[in-house]
Design a protein around this ligand. Sequence first.
Ligand SMILES: Cc1cc2nc3c(=O)[nH]c(=O)nc-3n(C[C@H](O)[C@H](O)[C@H](O)COP(=O)(O)O)c2cc1C
Length: 258
Amino acid sequence: MVLYFSATGNTKFIAEEIAARLGDEAMDLLERIKAGDYSEIRSEKPFVICAPAHVCEMPRFFAEFIDRVKLAGNENVYYVFTSGGYAGIAASLAKRQAKHKGMKYCGAAEFKMPRNYPVSRHYPLLSEEENKQRIKASYERIPAVVDRIGRGEKLKYRHIFLFELIITLPFNPVWTGKMHKTTPFYATDKCIGCGKCEKLCPVNRITMQEGHPKWEGICAHCMACLSGCPVEAIEYRDRTEGKYRYTFNKFGKEFRSK
Ligand SMILES: Cc1cc2nc3c(=O)[nH]c(=O)nc-3n(C[C@H](O)[C@H](O)[C@H](O)COP(=O)(O)O)c2cc1C
């Protein structure tokens, strides 16, 4: 069973390709995460848990969900991360998570995919050409990863250095607490009040009020709302004006094998 969360489609693409090649099922966890539904998920085949890298880890809300959900049947668990180039300590935390769940950690793989974070001033979106190159390179690497999973072999992840853990673990709560505010999000006059943003938000920070989205608290900054808005009505302070919204479907449709 391939389990995934994906805000802008990169992880969904990788998860679905892996599942199709394994003859397995891909399950989008969004609804379960939103509902806090931790009821049992059973699989006779190994679990493959797929997530984007957020600030060098799995998104915290996703890690917390996986911590709590009951995974039954097969005790083997693989992890797959999509990243903009550096998934940081995600694999270390995954190993620890699997151990805490009493499951057998079978390694991790990282797929370098297009960036999806237009909010950042330091981490610009890539050109169309670069996006396509990254998707193509990842697509071509999927069979090698699937072969190992299919044969029950471990996935080999690079060595994670102690300094990476030291830098990331204490820094992340500060970063996400201070930088992942929702107050700068707003909907422009283009908003049609469809409520898609509310449905896409994995951490339920958006409510529709008088036909327009309102954000509250700290969120994951996953970009599901901003990139998933069908009329590109969502902006973040003055950081996103004039920038394109990244979604996998804009750049990678041709690589889907089904
Ligand atoms: C809030 C946020 C933080 C991110 N942090 C990282 C990071 O630390 N390292 C990295 O390589 N990519 C980072 N990215 C890029 C995503 O991991 C990458 O684009 C991923 O493939 C998106 O997956 P999705 O389309 O399934 O949501 C970040 C993206 C967001 C939105």
